[in-house]
Design a protein around this ligand. Structure first.
Ligand code: ZN
Ligand code: ZN
Length: 212
């Protein structure tokens, strides 16, 4: 049997109801417009968006996570995003209803940690390649592919007469690189950089010699 919305008299034959109120009136009464204004912090350099202190490539899955983290206490869960429309499941004590919601994505500019380090040419490792031009290029290409794939970066490449110095943002990634490329055997040395929380921090230098 149909029930009627006490606020707008709509019939439950025509609309979804939740807590004996039609979905539209339920939303009007429980959700403020500013609740549906979702601030999204986007890195102005790489375009990734922030979700719980990390940055991710912007896609509908990550947008869903960001929006839902802000609306879950309101009983709202976005289940689908299509053509800028947001489809939500609204839950109350015992009932659930589905509706399209007018969500505004309010983009704020920021800069992520990776991009700010990149801008300051941060590096933890130097790979000193001493080889012919061809060999140097091959190694640099492999390095770049590996480092980028791991979400790190090369902050500088200095070309020399007999090779190149490649500055890499993470020494952990460089150790992984050499663990994955066992044919490339570097001579490793460590250069003191600074104290971090009272502990000495070293930059790793990997020397690759092919010129003997
Ligand atoms: Zn109503
Ligand atoms: Zn960025």
């Amino acid at each position: 049997m149909a029930i009627y919305c006490p606020f707008c008299n709509a019939s439950s034959d025509e609309k979804d109801f939740i807590d004996n109120i039609c979905i539209d009136c339920y939303i009007k009464r429980n959700v403020r417009e500013q609740d549906l204004n979702i601030e999204i912090y986007r890195c102005k350099s790489c375009g990734r968006v922030k979700y719980k202190d990390e940055f991710y490539k912007e896609d509908s899955a990550i947008l869903k996570s960001i929006i839902n983290s802000k609306l879950e206490k309101k009983g709202i869960k976005i289940i689908d995003i299509a053509d800028d429309s947001f489809y939500a499941e609204i839950s109350s004590f015992n009932s659930k209803a589905y509706t399209k919601l007018k969500i505004v994505l309010d983009y704020k500019q920021t800069i992520c940690k990776r991009c700010s380090l990149m801008k300051s040419s941060y590096y933890e490792a130097i790979v000193q390649i001493r080889a012919s031009v061809t060999t140097t290029e091959v190694i640099i290409k492999r390095l770049l592919r590996f480092v980028n794939l791991k979400g790190e970066f090369v902050s500088k490449i200095e070309y020399l007469k007999n090779g190149a110095d490649v500055y890499v943002s993470s020494k952990k990634i460089m150790n992984e690189f050499f663990a994955n490329h066992t044919k490339i055997k570097p001579q490793v040395s460590y250069k003191f950089s600074k104290y971090i929380d009272g502990k000495p921090f070293y930059k790793n230098i990997y020397l690759l010699r092919y010129d003997k």
